[in-house]
Design a protein around this ligand. Sequence first.
Ligand SMILES: NC(=O)c1ccc[n+]([C@@H]2O[C@H](COP(=O)([O-])OP(=O)(O)OC[C@H]3O[C@@H](n4cnc5c(N)ncnc54)[C@H](O)[C@@H]3O)[C@@H](O)[C@H]2O)c1
Length: 425
Amino acid sequence: MKAVLLALALSTDALIAPQRSFGGARRAAKSSAVTMSASKKILVTIVDNLSRRNIDTELGCDSLTPITHPEVRLEAWKELTGKTIHFENLDVATEYDRLELLMKTVRPDSVVHFAEQRAAPYSQKGAKQKRYTVDNNVCGTHNLLAAVVEADCNTHVVHLGTMGVYGYGTSGGEIPEGYIDVILPGGRESKILHPAYPGSVYHTTKCLDALLFQFYNKNDGVRVTDLHQGIVWGTNTPLTGMDERLTNRFDYDGDYGTVLNRFLMQAALGVPLTVYGTGGQTRGFIHVTDTAKCIELAINNPPAEGEGVEIFNQVAETRRVRDIAEMISSNTGVPARFLANPRQEAAENELDVSNRKFRALGFEPTLLNDKLFEEVQDVTNKYKDRCIPTKILPASFWNKKRALAAEADGEARSDIKLPEAVASR
Ligand SMILES: NC(=O)c1ccc[n+]([C@@H]2O[C@H](COP(=O)([O-])OP(=O)(O)OC[C@H]3O[C@@H](n4cnc5c(N)ncnc54)[C@H](O)[C@@H]3O)[C@@H](O)[C@H]2O)c1
């Protein structure tokens, strides 16, 4: 059997999946299209329209790590491994016909769907970015599902979702994996999707994706695994670390820089760590290497025919933002500065998340630790001269009230001083 894994927008800037062989799967035996033989040939195709690179141009800010052109990355991969990854420059949100043709031609066993605009602050920047995020993310996901049905290829769709679909309000208990048991009015017991409680336009698109998955699963039997992922930190996986040409993106700017990476980078530069609000927000985190491992587990354990949408919480641990700032401050001596929060969100929240399903599949999470921090700090030290200082502070605000609060916060913002070498750029 020709077995193909199509990695849809397996971000050319983020991860590269290996071609390799693997053994049996947990539930795959029920599905003929995904039955694993002892050794299975995997072909990887990256589909990406390079839109993330265009957003760099729009924002006037590049990844701290230099990102090579797709051709160079794929050449490097071939040189190092002898293996070929195919690349299709295709917009999944607008080029439906090409996507359908690709699915009909390749008939992949699995598609890993990364292809979305992924920054909550960018999605709140203005009407243009809000509309783009909805059009791009929701249409892309819908096009993929429609193409799977039209191609009749029984593809398992593995989607990168977010913990943010649950919201970060105080949950009053552990957040289960996707579904909750409820008693409906009249006393009827039911299992329903955990209520959606998005905190930005970006998070809203992931909630809309979740509804599309429910419908296509119920109506067409499309097998879907939705990974509700925490904030990714770290730079490289062992594979992307093999060669500088394969280095992952490292975003540090106010729109795309995620909290832990941003703090580590600021510490490496000696710039005060920018904590938003009280820093009482609790978030889920996962190291980039664990992200790759979890995706592999999801691919190897597809839902059986007729099963509902599978949902995993792809999180290693939860931490409070100010505790992380304190941990990094005490290791590096770089102080924290508390800025007006650009986000409309609860100042403090608890977050208790179940990740039992991945753990049952053998996932042993990597926890935040100094050794891994060193890896990021090595990278940030190496490339710190590429930093554009004016891009560090928050540049998008959830609403007018939050924008005005930032203006009034001028003193704290102006306190964010950069070392001479970087500031003089
Ligand atoms: N990075 C995180 O902390 C994090 C956390 C939770 C979930 N996620 C999700 O994981 C996925 C990957 O995130 P990432 O951090 O690697 O982001 P990324 O921006 O590096 O990767 C997304 C890729 O998709 C491409 N893309 C976007 N729209 C496209 C379209 N219409 N057609 C084709 N390609 C398109 C972009 O060019 C980019 O290369 C996203 O869906 C994101 O929402 C990321």
